[in-house]
Design a protein around this ligand. Structure first.
Ligand code: BGC
Length: 414
């Protein structure tokens, strides 16, 4: 009755929706999707929830890769104001579940297992119950290249490191910043991790998944550090602290030639009206054609008002996130590919289609590997120690052997 009165009072369609939503339930959502492409993607969920009569209280915490968002989340939980849903991924989901703070969303997940790649399905569960809903799969080992710049210097997308450095020299000679980069620890890690992958998927697995000391201290790892050291010489002077989307904007405009970044960068190109193959190239990073480093965004659901069970709004949100239509539209804006394996790829561009084909083949070959830089493997303590070692190396004149020794020591920190 009350709801009908409210709806009866409203004058426009949008007012009707917000009144109806308030009468139902408002979901508070903590996430770090604040760039142009990211905002467009998360708005799809907000709109879908509004259509179902749910309100949305937004806690967007700026900062690529979510370190600031995770700090804000801890503060909210400690003060007894846990959000209804929070963007959390990888092993961190388990950590929150271990503290008995999450709720089961099994009721919304009846068909998830059969439609999700097994390693990803497993991460969404704790104690045998689904506690998080996956959005999409981002590939990390990409190199984004401005096509106009590339044509101008008569280059082609590099498949090896020697080709990469030759192209970087051409860009430099043409007055273009060869590598657009933002000097923030997670962006440093993105480059470093991609160079690790270029030593082969097995090497990556042994080094960053198994943390095998012999691999971590091997001559190939010294080569990795030397390559990273050389890449660094192609940054511009203003790289320190730059946000990732500003580095992407350099490549969009053409003042920067290339960027190493996960495919949320494609969301920025798309948002700027740029076409793959015409305005920019999405190339698999040099030497990494048979590997696929992935990260999966997910929302974990928190207990609200002391209730151990999910609210109708939380269940509706989880169901929506994993619905075929949402998965498609979200990834179209976000630059990712759907996590659900039964979403048609026909509306996607060539970069996403390549990502999908490579996902399928690397799942079979063993080259589908969790990204360390993006929280898909290792505890936050170990990943943080490795990130400190890598960032220190990238921002000092340390030699490769010293960098490797620091890495090997960091990998032992649990
Ligand atoms: C997330 C992406 C996001 C990126 C930049 C990554 O950790 O998985 O969804 O676009 O950070 O903020």
């Amino acid at each position: 009755m009350k709801k009908n009165t409210l709806v009866g009072l409203c004058t426009t369609a949008s007012l009707c929706i917000s009144h109806a939503a308030l009468a139902e339930e408002t979901i508070s959502v903590l996430h770090w999707w604040t760039s142009g492409g990211e905002s467009k993607a998360v708005r799809v969920l907000k709109d879908d929830m509004a259509k179902q009569g749910y309100g949305w209280k937004d806690f967007a915490v700026a900062g690529g890769a979510g370190a600031a968002a995770m700090t804000a989340l801890k503060a909210q939980v400690i003060s007894g104001n846990a959000p209804s849903a929070a963007q959390i991924k990888g092993p961190l989901i388990q950590d929150w579940a271990d503290q008995d703070l999450l709720v089961s969303i099994d009721a919304s997940a009846t068909d998830w297992k059969s439609h999700t790649p097994p390693p990803i399905d497993a991460i969404m569960k704790a104690g045998g119950h689904y506690v998080a809903a996956p959005f999409s799969i981002h590939r990390i080992n990409w190199l984004w290249i401005n096509k106009v710049d590339l044509d101008k210097v008569g280059g082609k997308a590099p498949e090896t490191w020697p080709e990469f450095f030759a192209l970087a020299d051409k860009f430099k000679a043409a007055g273009i910043t060869p590598v657009a980069h933002g000097g923030q620890p997670w962006q440093d890690m993105t480059i470093w991790e991609t160079v690790v992958l270029s030593q082969g998927p097995d090497f990556y697995r042994k080094a960053l998944v198994d943390l095998d000391q012999k691999t971590l201290t091997s001559p190939q790892m010294i080569q990795v550090f030397e390559t990273v050291q050389k890449i660094r010489t192609y940054f511009d002077k203003g790289y320190v602290g730059r946000d990732w989307n500003l580095a992407t904007a350099m490549v969009i405009k053409g003042s920067g030639g290339m960027q190493f970044m996960g495919d949320w960068a494609k969301g920025e190109f798309a948002n700027a009206g740029k076409q793959p193959g015409v305005d920019y190239i999405c190339a698999v990073a040099p030497g990494t054609a048979n590997g696929y480093t992935y990260t999966v965004d997910s929302f974990a659901f928190f207990q609200e008002n002391g209730q151990k069970t999910a609210t109708p709004g939380q269940l509706a949100m989880a169901k929506t996130i994993m619905s075929v239509d949402f998965q498609e539209q979200f990834s179209l804006y976000k630059g990712s590919i759907p996590v659900r394996q039964d979403v048609p790829m026909s509306k996607f561009d060539d970069c996403a289609k390549k990502s999908y084909t490579d996902e399928q083949s690397t799942i079979k070959s063993g080259g589908f590997l969790p990204s360390l830089a993006f929280g898909m493997v290792q505890s936050t303590v170990t990943a943080g120690a490795i990130s400190d070692a890598v960032t220190k190396f990238m921002n000092s004149s340390e030699d490769a052997k010293t960098g490797v020794a620091a890495l090997a020591a960091a990998a032992k920190i649990k």
